[in-house]
Design a protein around this ligand. Structure first.
Ligand code: ADP
Ligand code: ZN
Length: 216
């Protein structure tokens, strides 16, 4: 199962990908996590990347593809993987075509008002990266991760001004991918019309598409 989750920031790619990963036992590969990891490690590359990420901009295609390629070469990816946050430009999609044989692309179709509401209420665990939401996916204890007890924080790029910028970048650079994959016959759509929809329901919808495609 080599699949891509496509969709605007805040569509729930990370939440669904991590659940699908446990369900089907294939790694969840988030280029956003890889980027944050690199920034945290404060490597020379990390410092360079931070400039782009902090202002809601995309990291250059060559840099991000290089990081992704190294990850996909690890043995745990041999059976498959779930890509979250990559590709984000047509150029990246073309580079990916050379690196991997993707089976299917799931497009999460989410209206703007839901996205903004989601991102402005998102919280993340400092320790394990688990994702929460002040409205829809509250931790049992305020600001504490259910899974590991770590402290929750708001991402730098989830601040309101940056969110608008990320959405603009998404429309301009990433949305054209929908047509790119549709033309190849690889695209499946999942709609999210209800802001309070439970992640389990969305995951079940995606899982059923994967089953229908013979990927599970
Ligand atoms: P989002 O919640 O917007 O999907 P991510 O966690 O996926 O954010 O990514 C955070 C930041 O990492 C992005 O704003 C961008 O700067 C960088 N990044 C992640 N994936 C890519 C990519 N495929 N191409 C370029 N930059 C990326
Ligand atoms: Zn945690």
């Amino acid at each position: 199962m080599k699949i891509i989750l496509l969709g605007p920031p805040g569509a729930g790619k990370g939440t669904y990908a991590s659940r699908l990963s446990s369900k089907f036992n294939v790694p969840h590969i988030s280029t956003g996590d890889i980027v944050r990891e690199e920034i945290r490690a404060a490597t020379p590359l990390g410092l360079k990347i931070k400039e782009y990420s902090d202002r809601g901009d995309l990291v250059p295609d060559e840099i991000i593809t290089d990081l992704l390629k190294r990850r996909l070469e690890k043995p745990d990816c041999a059976r498959g993987f779930i890509l979250d946050g990559y590709p984000r430009t047509i150029a990246q999609a073309e580079m990916l075509d050379k690196i991997a044989d993707i089976d299917l692309v799931i497009n999460l179709n989410v209206p703007d008002d839901i996205i903004i509401q989601r991102l402005s209420n998102r919280m993340i665990c400092k320790v394990c990266g688990a994702i929460y939401n002040r409205l829809t996916l509250k931790p049992k204890i305020d600001n504490i991760c259910d899974k590991c007890g770590g402290e929750l924080y708001t991402r730098e790029d989830d601040k309101a001004e940056v969110v608008q910028e990320r959405l603009k970048v998404y429309r301009r650079k990433t949305e054209p991918l929908i047509d790119y994959y549709r033309r190849k016959g690889m695209l499946r759509e999942v709609r999210c019309e209800d802001p309070m929809i439970k992640p389990e329901i969305m995951v079940e919808r995606i899982a059923s598409i994967l089953r229908d495609a013979g990927l599970t």
